[in-house]
Design a protein around this ligand. Structure first.
Ligand code: PBG
Length: 324
């Protein structure tokens, strides 16, 4: 025998010497759910171990994440029902929960990278990402609100706005409004390859944002396809996106690899709520080792080309990595 492949797997030291992919705490983006009130911490029923917190508790969480080496958070807010409409009125309120959360985090910890979700679903009486007319989610009027929403996030101090709506032309329109108002340091992380996925189910429980009618298939992509992921991503980059995203992650690692090979901007994976819930549920029954399951999942995302990973396990993953 000339080739004994097992030689390079002999010991932990040899394996670590030849390991190709690593996780570090700053790879992770921690999504956080913010709700109104004071000292409010509500566990999300379909995402055990994940919480909606009021701004005070969110600040505590952000400080802990920073101390573990996690350097970015992605904010989502739970909009009270009475403030929802079909125009995104609350989404552009300079004193809305999102805008107040951004300011509070940047005041408490200016170095933390604050990213914000830009889409209308938490603010929509229909739970859709855009303005609804009849059965249609209208594109251009929605883009107009999304640009003003992005501007208000930038004005509140957001470092990156993250449009997750999948409307056409939104990235360019957002870049233009930021330029027009001299927000030359505000980045755009575009959810570029975002599929219409059942794996977002638990997230919609978290924000009470499930679509009231129909589904999101006229704007999010069809999981049968890969070419439109390339088309969407290349367009977002042309339109000014600084970071692009593939979402969900585990069932879409082929897409991650294709995108990574085609682009020269950082690519983020989003390990979404349903993917988190699957590991959690199996672990709670003793059927999977939770830590091994998420570390293996995240390492496979890096292997597929992910530079960044948004995950509800960000804190746990950072703790584990720090203790290796
Ligand atoms: C809002 C948005 C969603 C997610 C991120 N931003 C839900 C959706 O598109 O229906 C999903 C995140 C997750 O499932 O963890 N547009």
């Amino acid at each position: 025998m000339i080739r004994r492949n097992r030689i390079l797997r002999t010991s932990p030291a040899i394996r670590s010497m030849v390991a190709e992919n690593f996780l570090k705490p700053s790879d992770f983006i921690a999504p956080l759910f913010v709700t109104e009130g004071n000292h409010v911490t509500e566990e999300i029923s379909s995402m055990p171990g994940s919480f909606r917190r009021s701004i005070d508790g969110t600040i505590t969480e952000v400080k802990e994440l920073w101390s573990l080496g996690v350097k970015s958070v992605l904010l989502f807010i739970k909009c009270p029902d009475e403030l929802k409409d079909n125009k995104g009125t609350e989404a552009v309120n300079p004193d809305g929960l999102m805008q107040r959360s951004i300011r509070a985090i940047k005041d408490a910890l200016p170095e933390m990278i604050v990213m914000t979700d830009v889409a209308l679903d938490p603010y929509s009486i229909y739970g859709h990402d855009g303005i609804v007319e009849g059965e249609t989610i209208v594109n251009d009027a929605t883009v107009d609100v999304l640009t003003r929403m992005s501007l208000s996030h930038a004005q509140a101090g957001a470092d990156f706005v993250a449009p997750s709506d999948m409307m056409d032309g939104r990235t360019l329109a957002i870049r233009q409004i930021l330029e027009d108002h001299h927000f030359v340091h505000t980045g755009i992380m575009a959810y570029s390859a975002k599929y219409a996925s059942c794996f977002y189910g638990p997230f919609r429980d978290a924000l009470d944002s499930a679509p009231g009618f129909g589904d999101k298939k006229t704007y999010q992509m069809d999981y049968a396809n890969s070419r439109e992921a390339i088309k969407e991503t290349l367009m977002d980059i042309e339109e000014g996106a600084d970071i692009v995203m593939v979402k969900p992650a585990m069932a879409y690692l082929d897409i991650m690899r294709i995108i990574k090979d085609r682009v020269n901007v950082p690519v983020s994976a989003y390990h979404v709520s349903g993917e988190y819930a699957m590991i959690k549920a199996a672990a709670q029954r003793g059927w999977l080792n939770e830590e091994k399951a998420f570390i293996e999942s995240f390492t496979s995302m890096k292997r597929a080309g992910a530079d960044l990973i948004a995950t509800y396990y960000a804190k746990e993953a950072a703790k584990l990595i720090n203790n290796y």
